[in-house]
Design a protein around this ligand. Structure first.
Ligand SMILES: CC(C)(COP(=O)(O)OP(=O)(O)OC[C@H]1O[C@@H](n2cnc3c(N)ncnc32)[C@H](O)[C@@H]1OP(=O)(O)O)[C@@H](O)C(=O)NCCC(=O)NCCS
Length: 165
């Protein structure tokens, strides 16, 4: 698992994301972790971990999509898209109302993600570029669910929220 993370992200960021995978496994008993495998090879991995939406009425359990590494020689063959679609299907079945992420809108808009700010959601750090802060609403979503997206402590502990320069 760590290998696919390190080769997909590369360098020091790859090491940090590999650490995130281990920490989410340890810290989040509800984490949804899916892999795409070939007979002798792990080609892709996705995690959806616990997070919160700080809505006016109450805290809403939601999910964070991160990370999503696909092995470089398996990229552009639909692996990432299939992992996202299957994850969203399972979370919808579980009654999760919203899934948030930070990423490239050109890629994630293909699987239904839209800029979260357009729906009135607030990002958890001003260091997240507004266009990169995205959300998908699942069937349990209700209109009162507005407010600020809050990452689990794991992301803050590893300083993996937003971009640093
Ligand atoms: C981004 C990533 C997960 C995509 O996975 P993938 O399996 O290659 O993606 P898919 O095959 O499902 O989709 C590929 C399509 O998305 C497009 N695409 C891939 N990355 C893109 C990006 N950053 N921006 C825009 N489009 C992108 C490709 O052009 C391709 O479109 P095409 O088939 O029309 O050419 C993979 O490239 C990867 O692991 N990258 C390094 C790690 C990373 O950045 N992860 C995401 C952040 S958590």
């Amino acid at each position: 698992m760590a290998t696919v993370v390190r080769t997909a992200f590369g360098g020091r960021h790859g090491d940090n994301v590999a650490e995130l995978v281990e920490a989410l496994r340890r810290d989040d008993p509800d984490v949804l972790s899916l892999v795409s495998e070939q007979p002798d090879e792990l080609v892709g991995h996705i995690m959806f971990s616990r997070a919160l939406l700080d809505a006016p009425r109450e805290l809403v359990p939601v999910r964070s999509l991160s990370p999503l590494p696909v092995a470089p020689h398996w990229q552009r063959r639909g692996v990432g898209t299939a992992l996202i679609r299957e994850g969203l299907r399972q979370l919808d079945e579980q009654g999760v109302p919203l899934v948030f992420l930070e990423g490239d809108p050109a890629y994630y808009s293909r699987t239904g993600f839209t800029p979260a700010a357009e729906h009135g959601f607030r990002r958890p750090s001003l260091r997240i570029p507004e266009a990169g802060f995205q959300v998908v609403k699942l069937s349990s979503y209700e209109p009162w669910m507005t407010g600020t997206f809050v990452y689990s402590n794991t992301f803050w502990d590893l300083d993996l929220v937003g971009l640093r320069h």
